[in-house]
Design a protein around this ligand. Structure first.
Ligand SMILES: *Cc1c(COP(=O)(O)O)cnc(C)c1O
Length: 359
């Protein structure tokens, strides 16, 4: 048996057809490609954290329900008392969990472009994935098309990133409510960028049984710990919990996030700087010839370049030591588009300088 025959025997065709989710090697670059918070912690806070993890009993399994962490996250995120939350190893794992729990022939709907994991995981599981294009100029939801799709396809689940990645905008909240009201399935509002906006659907959770809100600590500044959560109707959360692996949140993540969230002011200061830098970057990008930035409520900015120039600009930036994300190969609405994460002021300056020389 050849290796190819072996693979064809034991791997499902939909997985063989997938392309792996590739992450660029960022060693040595000014890293503005992955929406990370560029700031670490002051030395005295690091020292306190080391004392906390020193007491972690690595020989024991962690609390399978991470009860303390759940309580702290509910408080920090002001989740209504009636709601339950479920934790995941990053919100990526929660996307996987949600889709694993669906019936085998289920339909998954999301606007496009949006976060690629919705489609990636849906296809990996052999589900019916329906992408509905956003409106071309505004990147707003095409409400009519989505409602038609809901009627025809009856999706079991709809993902809406709010703000959306990679476009950075907040979809019209009335349009979102219409989708929640018209679908018989679940609507997942993915609030990965909650630290950078005041808008949220958390206060709507008690209004709609089929609404769930997902968040993560990754963009806040703890991407390395891998922790996300989903909040909503206790009946749904209880069912999802059955599909969750018991020890999915390791002990170091549990105690480190518990510790980190005792320093809300530190994160608030960091995100405030980043929001300030976002406004400054937007203005600077707006002044550049043939560069069209999209207004963003997240910690990144999507911008369009002159026609067929995006990949050249991306490569020139890279040669100058600045790594951003080239979305142009994804084609469609993202043709000629690049995405830059907001970094420290000096990193942002280096990016703007390199960009000026690249265009
Ligand atoms: C980054 C991102 C995530 C992934 O978050 P993790 O918790 O790091 O897995 C989820 N959704 C959106 C929209 C994102 O941009």
């Amino acid at each position: 048996m050849t290796e190819q025959e072996l693979i064809a025997t034991v791997i499902r065709p939909e997985i063989r057809a997938l392309n792996a989710y590739k992450v660029a090697d960022a060693t040595g670059y000014i890293k503005l490609d992955a929406m990370e918070n560029p700031y670490t912690w002051p030395e005295e806070i690091k020292a306190q954290w080391l004392k906390v993890i020193q007491t972690a009993e690595l020989n024991r399994y962690p609390d399978p329900e991470a009860k303390t962490l759940c309580r702290i996250l509910k408080e920090y995120n002001q989740i209504p008392a009636e709601c339950e939350i479920l934790l995941g190893n990053g919100s990526d794992e929660i996307i996987q969990l949600l889709l694993m729990a669906l019936p085998a022939d289920a339909t998954v709907m999301a606007p496009e472009p949006s976060f690629v994991m919705y489609k990636q995981v849906a296809q990996c599981l052999g589900l019916n994935y329906q992408g509905v294009p956003l409106l071309a100029d505004s990147f707003e939801l095409d409400l009519a098309a989505m409602l038609t799709n809901i009627k025809n396809q009856q999706p079991e689940i709809i993902f809406l990133a709010y703000p959306n990645n990679p476009t950075g905008n907040l979809f019209d909240s009335d349009a979102i409510e219409q989708l929640i009201q018209h679908t018989k399935g679940l609507v997942i509002i993915d609030e990965a960028y909650a630290p950078f906006t005041d808008f949220s659907f958390i206060n709507q959770l008690t209004k709609y049984k089929n609404l769930l809100v997902m968040r993560t600590v990754s963009k806040l500044g703890l991407a390395g710990l891998r922790l996300g959560f989903i909040a909503g109707n206790p009946g749904i959360i209880k069912q999802l919990n059955k599909a969750r692996l018991p020890y999915n949140i390791n002990i170091l993540t549990q105690c480190s996030v518990e510790f980190a969230l005792t320093h809300p002011d530190m994160f608030a200061r960091q995100t405030e700087i980043l929001c300030h830098e976002r406004a400054r970057m937007f203005l600077q990008l707006s002044t550049l010839k043939n560069i069209h930035p999209c207004p963003s409520a997240a910690n990144f900015i999507l911008f369009r370049t002159a026609k067929n120039k995006a990949t050249d600009i991306f490569n020139t930036l890279k040669e100058q030591g600045v790594l951003i994300k080239n979305l142009s190969p994804q084609k469609g609405l993202l043709s000629d588009c690049l995405r830059v994460t907001i970094g420290k002021p000096e990193e942002n300056n280096a990016f703007i300088k390199a960009l000026k020389s690249a265009i």
